[in-house]
Write a protein that binds this ligand. Structure first.
Ligand code: ZN
Length: 77
């Protein structure tokens, strides 16, 4: 099983969990992450295109920006 397939399954599980709990904000984040996994862009920063730090992704698999971009002035997260 590829890393992406494993990741996809994990995200689907989390997605299902937030759907059950009715957490719309998290659901949206996981849906976005799932779309990025399918498009094979997951793990790349949406702003600068650099790889997002692994520890950051382990903490939050729905992160869409690298640390530098997420913490740059005016960034929305
Ligand atoms: Zn970046």
């Amino acid at each position: 099983m590829s890393t992406y397939a494993t990741l996809h399954n994990d995200l689907l599980r989390q997605h299902h969990r937030w759907a059950t709990l009715g957490d719309a904000a998290r659901l949206t984040r996981y849906e976005h992450a799932l779309a990025r996994v399918i498009a094979h862009t997951w793990g790349s920063c949406e702003d600068c295109g650099q790889g997002i730090d692994e520890r950051r992704l382990q903490r939050d698999p729905t992160a869409t920006r690298c640390w530098a971009c997420a913490n740059s002035p005016g960034a929305l997260g």
